[in-house]
Design a protein around this ligand. Structure first.
Ligand SMILES: *[C@@H]1O[C@H](CO)[C@@H](O)[C@H](O)[C@H]1NC(C)=O
Length: 296
């Protein structure tokens, strides 16, 4: 019985296997992410090529000392195998694409697990490129390589640059008062009565049935150096759940131009059982949000 089952699984995987990949939606596209402190631009091209550019942020010289970005690393690679992994016995947040990546300059293969969370968001984690992995056409090698990815490994979150807003209502709806705190540089919590998040249909527009954006008004706190006085307008890029009941919502600041990707994308965390709390990330990433009351 066990042997029979194995042969069925083997058969399905062989059928799905494509040894040259072509990308289509939901993977195809240009993405921005913040990975290990580097601004990252990823392009999944139609022909299966994967180009990634990594930039460091530095303060420039001279009186104006603006932040400049410096190219740190450039990775050119291609997809050699792509397969959709779905197991009806596992939570839907575990369904993902398995991609085998070949770097064009290094002799290694890496397994990428790609989770398409919404139309605008991919989350990725990968195996290491620390040893020479030779993949022939052997199916088991691919699975072995992918098994080296730790089940608990964190994801990088990729935001589609040509995103289209999605409904916010499922996770953020209504008016909230919030206090805020920056974990880096701040010393204390800013509780100004005008700080609020307003997520309601745009009044007076023909679109008042849809609710794809919300305002956050940050009140100023005198004693907090890092408190800010600003009113960003966020568009929702969709949400997803994990098996613990955490709800992640990706957002884009509509008032930030596309030349400032670093400031544009954020991730928010809420919970089904604690809808009054949320945490918002300081960067374009979701990995360091652990609970609604404990975000960076
Ligand atoms: C992710 O991709 C799979 C396979 O193409 C598709 O069935 C699923 O609906 C996608 N999920 C989202 C959230 O778009």
């Amino acid at each position: 019985m066990a042997i029979k089952l194995f042969s069925i699984i083997f058969f399905i995987e062989t059928v799905n296997c494509q040894f040259q990949c072509k990308f289509d939606r939901p993977i195809l596209g240009e993405y921005y992410s913040y990975e290990n402190g580097l601004e990252t631009h990823t392009s999944f091209k139609k022909n299966g090529n994967i180009d990634r550019l990594f930039y460091r942020r530095e303060s420039g010289r001279g009186a104006t000392a603006n932040i400049i970005t410096v190219l740190d690393n450039h990775a050119l690679g291609e997809c050699v195998y792509l397969n959709w992994k779905e197991n009806p016995f596992r939570h839907v947040s575990k369904h993902h694409y398995q991609l085998i990546y070949r770097d064009k300059t290094k002799s290694c293969y890496q397994c990428f697990e790609i989770y398409n969370r919404t139309h605008n968001i991919l989350q990725i984690r990968k195996s290491e490129c620390d040893e020479v992995t030779s993949i022939s056409t052997n199916q088991m090698n691919i699975q072995d390589l992918c098994l080296t990815i730790n089940e608990e490994a964190e994801f990088d979150t990729l935001f589609l640059k040509t995103y289209s807003a999605e409904e916010c209502r499922a996770t953020i709806y209504g008016t909230y008062h919030f206090t805020y705190e920056f974990r880096e540089g701040g010393i204390g919590i800013c509780d100004n009565s005008i700080s609020r998040l307003v997520s309601c249909p745009d009044p007076g527009t023909p679109f008042d049935a849809v609710n794809e954006r919300f305002w956050m008004t940050y009140g100023y706190c005198r004693n907090l150096v890092s408190s800010i006085d600003a009113q960003p307008l966020y568009q929702c890029l969709g949400h997803w759940f994990n098996e613990k009941g955490d709800i992640f919502t990706a957002i884009a600041n509509e008032r930030v131009g596309s030349e400032r990707w670093y400031d544009k994308f954020r991730c928010m965390l809420t919970r089904q059982d604690q809808p009054q709390w949320f945490a918002k990330s300081l960067f374009a990433e979701c990995a360091r949000l652990y609970s609604p009351t404990d975000g960076p």
